[in-house]
Design a protein around this ligand. Structure first.
Ligand code: ZNH
Length: 171
């Protein structure tokens, strides 16, 4: 559970981001796809070139989900239940992708089901850690003055709670 100070830090930054959350989520996705190319295996149907309208639209959706999470810091599993269910039943994202502390190390995460063992995606995937990492880098770059160690720690904690909420419907 986030402490009162951690919640306040996350909320304050989100207020500052305002309507730009989508812009930064999009930048974070672009960074994820560039820095960790095998993450692209989950998006074979997307145009992933920089500036792509599809990535922008997806960034907006991820941003809206994060903003909803910030508004429901007291009950993330309930707020994100439908999204968790979508990732499990429809998108069939392998649950290891959502395991924060108990899953295998990053380099051993499993690829999307159906992707060849030796093909792209063997070594990583769109792990929330990678997306979360890229989100932290993006926010640190655009809000250097706000990015104290305490803010960094608050955001790490927030993101790890979002991810366990997304994993919650694996039951
Ligand atoms: Zn995800 C989708 C969020 C993680 C994969 N996503 C999605 C959406 C959202 C999200 C909001 C939209 C939905 C609708 O449409 O309704 N995710 C999210 C978040 C996170 C995530 C927040 C964390 C943090 N994902 C993830 C992962 C993966 C994924 C890990 C893999 C691995 N997603 C995905 C896909 C999709 C999504 C594939 C679909 C896309 C399209 O559109 O097609």
């Amino acid at each position: 559970v986030l402490s009162a100070a951690e919640r306040a830090a996350v909320r304050a930054l989100w207020t500052k981001l305002g309507s730009n959350v989508g812009v930064y989520a999009t930048e974070a996705l672009e960074r994820t796809f560039l820095a960790f190319p095998t993450t692209k295996t989950y998006f074979p149907h997307f145009d992933l070139t920089p500036g792509s309208a599809q990535v922008k639209a997806h960034g907006k959706k991820v941003a809206d989900a994060l903003t909803r999470a910030v508004a429901h810091l007291d009950d993330l599993p309930t707020a994100l239940w439908a999204l968790s269910d979508l990732h499990v039943r429809q998108l069939r994202v392998d649950p290891v992708n959502f395991k924060v502390s108990t899953g295998p190390a990053l380099g051993q995460r499993s690829p999307r089901k159906g992707v060849e063992k030796d093909g792209p995606g063997r070594d990583d995937c769109l792990s929330p850690q990678l997306l979360g990492h890229c989100l932290l880098v993006t926010l640190a770059r655009h809000y250097p003055g706000d990015f104290s160690p305490a803010m960094h720690a608050s955001l790490e904690k927030f993101l790890s709670h979002v991810i366990s909420a997304l994993a919650s419907s694996y039951g």
